[in-house]
Design a protein around this ligand. Structure first.
Ligand code: ZN
Length: 78
């Protein structure tokens, strides 16, 4: 078990979630800057304004450690 670099208390393993309309997902890391999602049918963009383009093969699940003392978060995408 690792310890917090700020207060030296134990760090607990966990993960962040993304809330969908009907589902909950583990957050993932994606390389590069975010770009608008191009989900078009007959030239009409069906994606919402804030939706971003993602290549699922290039994503990595994010594991986050939380300090039990001060709440500091440290994340890894392996
Ligand atoms: Zn701490």
């Amino acid at each position: 078990m690792s310890t917090c670099p700020r207060c030296n208390q134990p760090m607990e393993s966990g993960f962040s979630v993304e809330l969908g309309r009907n589902d909950v997902y583990q957050s993932v890391w994606h390389p590069g800057p975010p770009g608008p999602r191009q989900d078009k049918i007959l030239g009409i963009n069906l994606a919402s304004e804030k939706s971003v383009e993602v290549d699922p093969a290039r994503t990595r699940p994010i594991t986050t450690y939380r300090c039990s003392g001060c709440g500091f978060l440290e994340s890894y995408a392996l």
